[in-house]
Design a protein around this ligand. Structure first.
Ligand SMILES: [Zn+2]
Length: 150
């Protein structure tokens, strides 16, 4: 098999372990088969190994999302708010917490940090509610940002 990256004519068949990382988690998938280029290091997994890697990656990401989702839900319950109430207080869409808590979307790190602050200092919620961003200003920002992207 020729190396698709550098053109070296004979990639070598090897068994390897591969470690996947996501946030602070990692998982090692053992005994994967593939062809590797001794010249440039390019590697191509065979399809069975590629499937196992895909599956491990999906499990890793879902595991982290579910764990973050459970933490978000726990804090929301401590704050005694519905998903819709907390979303409104933070200026997020109605369904945001449903997606976070089900592990469908991973919330931004800054949001998780904010929730942890609110858990420790629930009185800040009232301050957040009083922090208004003037809507006019937000809507005038959107078209100018679009223009910049074109
Ligand atoms: Zn190569």
């Amino acid at each position: 098999m020729q190396c698709p990256a550098c053109g070296y004519p004979e990639m070598e068949e090897q068994n390897r372990d591969e470690t996947l990382s996501y946030t602070d988690r990692s998982v090692t998938v053992k005994n994967l088969k593939g062809h590797f280029c001794p010249k440039c290091g390019e590697g191509i997994w065979d399809s069975e190994s590629n499937g196992r890697l895909d599956e491990a990656q999906t499990d890793l990401i879902e595991g982290v999302r579910n764990e973050v989702g459970a933490e978000v839900r726990r804090i929301r319950k401590v704050l005694k708010l519905t998903q819709a109430q907390l979303a409104a207080d933070l200026g997020l869409g109605k369904l945001a917490f449903s997606r976070y808590e089900q592990g469908k979307t991973q919330p931004a790190v800054v949001l998780v940090k904010l929730l942890k602050l609110l858990e420790r200092h629930p009185g800040l919620l009232e301050e957040l509610r009083q922090t208004d961003i003037p809507p006019k200003r937000v809507s005038t920002l959107i078209p100018s940002r679009k223009q910049a992207a074109e």
